[in-house]
Ligand binder design. Structure first.
Ligand code: DGL
Length: 266
């Protein structure tokens, strides 16, 4: 098969990467996509870098065996710690979510004060901070782990009092830092965008890494001459490593559409 006709591979620790899938599928409707959610080993957010690197390489090898032309590491935690080793070990274009989000934040900030929220693993890795300051050293980056946002998003508790109080206690210190840009540095956080905006106020620009990553996928496909020729029906396949039923239930909420072709693998 011609390379450009191969699917794009996208993986995440679970269901959260569907926020990235949604943006990629929306921007590139002619592309076939294989998505893998590592639901048996989620969450990655509190795991050690060595473990995340191993899991990420396992999944990459699986997706390569399915035949993909480009890989998107949709998980912020995996992008933060495993991207360099994945790029070194595998011979296809690999795109993480950190660089695109960091680039956009550096573009948007006027007062050179940027906030980043993510999992413990992402914040500890300082990957966003390094990427943003690699673009402009003058930017001050304030980061905060918001681990409870993940279960809240999965539970669909994105607008109630529990979500509001949790968000207030995570985000208030960032409000005090006078940031004008905030990176939603975790797959799940776009679902809480409404409440995050309410707390941060309209003066703070929210950067959705998923949207920026989709634009980067489009750019790389064009650059590498890998864009799929136009056609009528796209094909999407979803693999999970455990509990397809829950993936479908939560995933349909994340995507706002029906999920078909979900297969469980070990
Ligand atoms: N997908 C992860 C991320 O974007 C969040 C869930 C997890 O901790 O595995 O960092």
């Amino acid at each position: 098969m011609k390379k450009e006709k191969l699917p794009i591979g996208i993986f995440d620790s679970g269901v959260g990467g569907l926020t990235v899938f949604k943006e990629v599928a929306g921007l590139l409707p002619h592309e076939d996509i294989i998505y893998l959610g590592d639901t048996a080993r989620v969450p990655y957010g509190a795991r050690s870098p060595q473990t995340i690197i191993k899991y990420s390489q396992d999944i990459t090898s699986f997706l390569l065996r399915q035949g993909i032309k480009l890989l998107v590491v949709a998980c912020n935690t995996s992008s933060a710690v495993s991207l360099p080793s994945l790029k070194k070990a595998n011979d296809i274009p690999i795109i993480g979510v950190i660089e695109p989000g960091a680039r956009r934040a550096a573009e948007m900030t006027q007062n050179k004060r940027v906030g980043v929220i993510g999992t413990e693993g992402t914040v500890k890795s300082r990957a966003y901070e390094q990427a943003i300051q690699g673009i402009d050293q003058r930017i001050k980056v304030v980061s905060r782990a918001c681990p409870l946002f993940v279960p809240l998003a999965e539970e669909g508790w994105v607008e109630n009092e529990v979500a509001r109080l949790t968000a207030q206690s995570y985000l208030r210190p960032l409000c005090e830092e006078a940031i004008d840009t905030l990176v939603l540095g975790c797959t799940h956080y776009p679902l809480l965008e409404g409440i995050i905006r309410e707390i941060m106020g309209d003066g703070v620009c929210l950067v959705n890494s998923a949207q920026e990553t989709a634009k980067e996928v489009q750019r790389v496909l064009e650059e590498e001459k890998l864009t799929a020729p136009g056609k009528k029906n796209e094909s999407y396949t979803f693999y999970v490593t455990d509990n397809a039923e829950r993936f479908i239930r939560v995933g349909e909420r994340f995507l706002g559409r029906k999920l078909r072709s979900v297969k469980e693998i070990s």
